[in-house]
Each structure stands twice: as C-alpha cells, then as structure tokens.
Design a protein around this ligand. Sequence first.
Ligand SMILES: Cc1cc2nc3c(=O)[nH]c(=O)nc-3n(C[C@H](O)[C@H](O)[C@H](O)COP(=O)(O)O)c2cc1C
Length: 128
Amino acid sequence: MKIAYFSVTGQTRRFIKKLALPADEVYEIDPTGAFKEFDEPFVLITPTYEDNITEPVRDFLDTGANATYLKGIVGTGNRNFAQLFIFTARDLARDYQVPIIYAFEFNGTPKDVTNFKKAVKKLESQND
Ligand SMILES: Cc1cc2nc3c(=O)[nH]c(=O)nc-3n(C[C@H](O)[C@H](O)[C@H](O)COP(=O)(O)O)c2cc1C
C-alpha cells in the first residue's frame, strides 16, 4: 500500500526516511504544488497542528478520487498535548470514515517503525 504524508517541521519526513521505501511508494503532500491523484489504496500519515496549517491535507484528500483510496490514517504528534494528541488524524478519521491504524510521537522510534509496518500489513490484508 502506498503512503501519503504531510510534514511541516520535518519530523514526519524523518520517520518516512526510516522506512527506507522506494521513492514511488511514498508521496509528500506539498502545500505549494499540485496534488497527486491516487488510483490505488494508500495510508495517510499526518502530524498535528491547527486546522489552517493542515488544510493542504484536506485539499489533497478532496482532489480527484483520493478520498475513496484512503484506507487508514496514522497520526503523529506530541503526547504533552494530552487530549489534543493527534487530533488532526482523529478529525480526519471521523470526517473521511477511515480507521486510525497507528499513532506515534515526533519522528518515531525503531519500535514505531516496526509497529507501523505491522499496522499497514494488517490493513493490506483487510483490503485484499
Ligand atoms: C505549533 C505546534 C502545535 C502543535 N500542536 C499539537 C497538538 O495539538 N497535538 C499533538 O499531538 N501534537 C502537536 N504538535 C506536535 C507535532 O504535531 C509533532 O511534533 C509532529 O511530529 C510534527 O511533525 P512534522 O515535523 O512532520 O510537521 C504541535 C507542534 C507545534 C510546533
């Protein structure tokens, strides 16, 4: 399954690098560029910020048929935000009716890399 991600300060981008995936398996949502139109299932990884900052994520999901190919969301944030931890991912999961398959902080630990891969595999098996 492909991965689409958004990154403002580079933490999520660092996590993506740790996955060591081929370049065509991952897509970074670029707020200044045209949004890619997916034609196959993908997972979204999004950091957590006020809605105006993460607006490009929604604009990307609302491009073409992207929303129909979105199968799951991974949230990254900071647990110090307590009840606001990964609220962006939770709001998107509610609005686009897809599950949150994993959550981690910042650029993720080696354990997060392993757990993320497991969660994506599980989602893939459910979408076969
Ligand atoms: C201004 C600001 C607000 C943030 N608000 C939240 C928040 O409400 N909840 C949360 O879980 N993380 C919050 N974070 C943490 C980021 O989502 C987290 O550091 C994330 O890993 C950043 O990813 P990025 O570097 O790829 O943009 C905030 C960070 C900043 C700088």
